[in-house]
Structures are given as structure tokens and as C-alpha cells.
Ligand binder design. Structure first.
Ligand code: SF4
Length: 420
């Protein structure tokens, strides 16, 4: 296989992989001055997080962008007139090792279109991981996309070689999936998730007894949903997330704003904005559910089916529930302190620790580095001042928005600046 042909395949298959946000692309700029394989400039390098929270750069590619399916929202769908390519198993192994040796990457994120059948494709994904582990002695991070419909045996093998497995549920509702991908079935996504969840539990319990038991998908499993391709509400999206987190012990749900790619009348037309800010609000809500003790129904319910775009979901909740405020940081429990807008969990823990030794006032909070610009309207401490005074919720919102124009009007990138 010529160097140029491999380069061309890499370009096509790294470009096709960028629509999967399960590891957010960061566009590495590391280039290769010599003639060797592996100029990583724009060639599918992304960042992801390992089991222990380390940020690693990954080679993010598809094994192939041929696909027997025709999901309307997907650039790889069979009816799309695009350049196609397919790597052989050994080519992916060689590329990974090559990039790894040059320090471009610490691991591999490998997904694929479905060619021939789910098992045929999954077999090849597993073969890449197996060769890397057993023949190349590769100990870097491997994230494999599970192919819906693949056999239990292949899923089991995949988990023994990969650090993380993921199955994309793609569209948040069954109805939306039926509309855009009628050949697909929600059950096909669920089956591999159940298998992976059960294997993780089983291997973990066996390891407690027999230390030499291998690890099974130690970084767990994740999924991705496309946002804004169908008309679902944020309430429906977050209930779906909640269900998948709880039912399948997912590590992460990723939300990917739909990028209009076709003139299909079932989808937003080409030129429609990608819902970046909505995507960011969904990540913030996800964060509130996983780390701040919020339940979906508190933030999204029949009276409030979509997230506010002008304020983050914690501030939105506070403004709709002013009866809970002000919260006394010297007395309230962790759960309530965490609900003060503007306070991240780091600040919450600092407050809980410091108040064991003294009653906290504004000065203490400032010196501890607690960001008070928003929080000051929602808390009381050991001081007479109470910044909110008699402001109504709309007045308070308007003051906060005026004071933080740049923060709220900027279109934020996903997963960043969550509550800072
Ligand atoms: S099966 Fe996957 S790769 Fe194929 S068209 Fe559907 S979403 Fe795209």
C-alpha cells in the first residue's frame, strides 16, 4: 500500500469520524517535517479522558465509511455521494503504532460504518484492538465503537482489549429514530449496552476474588445523541440520558448538535445553525444531574420543557425557585450549598471544610477564592449585608445578565466553562 494512498484514506476516514463527539476533536497541529508516515496536522487527533481522569490524545478514525444503512442524519449513509475508503486491519494497527512512536497520540478511537453485517464489521474492530494488545504489546488507550447488532461473543472480546466501549443511540426518541433511520431499532443499541454492563459487573466481582482476572472495559461505556435533528424537547433528551445513565451505568452521554448535511425534508435544512448553545446547556444539565444532586424533573418539566438559552440551568432553576434562597452557607447542607448559582463543587467543598473552624463572612469567602459575582445574590453568611435585598426574579436576572454580558452572549463550546 503506497504512502499516498494511506494518507488519502486517513484524510477521508479521519474526516468522517469527526461527527462523533464521544471524544471531542481538538485539531492537533503537530506536523512531521521528515517524509515519514504520520503528519498529524488536522488528521483526526482528538482528546479524551481515561479511567483515572487523565486527558489523552487519540487517533480518531473510522475503519471504513462504507455503510449498508441509510440513516438520514449521517454523512456516511449509503445514499450520500461521497468518497469512500476502508482501512485494512493491519493498516490501522500500523498507523496507531506509528503515531504512538512519534508521540502524536496516546491511544486510538476507532469507529466504523457497517459493511456487510454488524458481526463482519465488529470482528474487524476487535481484530485491530487484539493485534495492538497481543502482537504489538500496545498499552495505550483504546476506545472502540460497538456495532449495534453484533454478537455477544464479539462484544465480550471487545471489552477485553478496549478501555472504553460505546454504542451511539443517535436520536433521543424512538419516534425520531423511526423517522430518520427506519431500518434501525432502539433494541439493537440496548442489547450491547446490557451485555457490556453485565460483563463489567461480572469481571469486577471476579477480580475481587481472583486478582489475575483481566479488566473488562475499565473506562466503562458511553453513548452519543444527536441534538436538533428531530423536534424533541430538552425534557425528552434529559429523560433519555437519565434512563441510560441509571440503567446501564454509563460513564458519559455526549450531546452532538446536528450539523445540517443534506436536503432531506425530514431534517433541518443546510444552512441552519448548529445548536451549539443548546448543546452546551444540555451538558450543563447533565453535569448538574451527575455531580450536583439535581433530578431531571427539577430542571425540566411540563411547565418548562426546554432549557433557557440566556442563563445556565442552575441559575434558571434558582430564579424559578426563589423560595429556597438566600441559602446560609454556615448552616445549609452540602446539597443546598451546591445549588447556589455560581458556586462550583470545588467552592462547595472549601466552604464545608472552612466553616468547621469559623463562621464565614464575605471576606472569608473572597479569600477562599469563591466567585461571588452571581452567588452573592443567593447566599447569606456571617454578615448583615444581603446583596439580593428585595429584588424580584426578573429584576435579578436582568442585573446578572447585565453584569455578565460576555459570558451569556458568547456561544460557548461544549463541555467547557460549565459553572465557572
Ligand atoms: S449505521 Fe452508522 S455509519 Fe451507517 S449510516 Fe447509520 S449512523 Fe451512519
Amino acid at each position: 500500500m503506497s504512502f499516498e494512498r494511506t494518507q488519502e484514506k486517513l484524510k477521508i476516514l479521519a474526516d468522517a469520524a469527526k461527527y462523533d463527539v464521544s471524544c471531542a476533536s481538538s485539531g492537533s497541529k503537530r506536523s512531521n517535517a521528515s517524509k515519514g508516515l504520520g503528519d498529524a496536522t488536522g488528521m483526526g487527533i482528538c482528546h479524551s479522558y481515561t479511567e483515572d481522569g487523565r486527558c489523552v490524545s487519540l487517533l480518531k478514525i473510522l475503519l471504513t465509511n462504507y455503510c449498508i444503512f441509510d440513516c438520514a442524519y449521517c454523512v456516511t449513509r449509503k445514499s450520500n455521494d461521497i468518497k469512500r475508503a476502508a482501512f485494512q486491519v493491519q493498516e490501522v494497527v500500523d498507523l496507531t503504532i506509528n503515531f504512538y512512536r512519534r508521540n502524536y497520540i496516546e491511544g486510538l478511537f476507532l469507529s466504523s460504518g457497517i459493511f456487510k453485517s454488524a458481526d463482519y464489521t465488529m470482528e474487524r474492530l476487535v481484530a485491530v484492538a487484539k493485534k495492538l494488545r497481543l502482537e504489538e504489546n500496545f498499552n495505550g488507550y483504546i476506545h472502540l465503537k460497538s456495532i449495534p447488532g453484533a454478537s455477544d461473543e464479539l462484544m465480550k472480546e471487545a471489552g477485553l482489549y478496549a478501555d472504553r466501549l460505546s454504542v451511539n443511540i443517535e436520536i433521543p426518541t424512538k419516534e425520531g429514530l423511526k423517522l430518520l433511520a427506519p431500518e434501525k431499532n432502539r433494541e439493537d443499541f440496548i442489547k450491547p449496552m446490557v451485555k457490556v454492563k453485565n460483563e463489567i459487573i461480572q469481571y469486577q466481582s471476579e477480580r475481587k476474588i481472583i486478582k489475575s482476572t483481566p479488566k473488562f472495559a475499565p473506562a466503562g461505556q458511553s453513548t452519543q445523541m444527536i441534538i436538533g435533528a428531530t423536534g424533541e424537547s430538552d425534557q425528552q433528551i434529559m429523560w433519555t440520558s437519565n434512563y441510560f445513565y441509571k440503567k446501564f451505568n454509563l460513564k458519559r452521554v455526549y450531546y452532538s448538535g446536528y450539523i445540517p448535511i443534506s436536503y432531506d425534508s425530514r431534517l433541518p435544512q443546510i444552512g441552519t445553525d448548529v445548536p451549539m448553545l443548546r448543546e452546551n446547556r444540555l451538558y450543563q444539565t447533565d453535569w448538574l444531574m451527575r455531580f450536583y444532586g439535581f433530578e431531571v424533573h427539577e430542571i425540566l418539566n411540563n411547565e418548562h420543557q426546554n432549557l433557557d438559552l440566556d442563563v445556565d440551568p442552575k441559575l434558571g432553576w434558582a430564579l424559578r425557585n426563589m423560595e429556597h434562597f438566600p441559602i446560609d452557607v454556615n448552616k445549609a447542607d452540602k446539597f443546598m450549598v451546591a445549588r447556589i448559582p455560581g458556586l462550583g463543587m470545588k467552592s462547595v467543598y472549601k466552604i464545608l471544610q472552612a466553616r468547621q473552624f469559623r463562621k464565614l463572612n464575605w471576606d472569608h469567602l473572597k479569600r477562599m477564592g469563591v466567585a461571588l459575582n452571581r452567588a452573592k445574590y443567593f447566599l447569606v453568611c456571617d454578615s448583615r449585608d444581603f446583596e439580593r435585598r428585595d429584588l424580584t426574579s426578573p429584576q435579578l436576572k436582568s442585573i446578572i445578565l447585565q453584569n455578565s454580558t460576555s459570558k451569556y452572549q458568547k456561544i460557548l463550546s461544549p463541555q467547557l466553562n460549565l459553572f465557572g
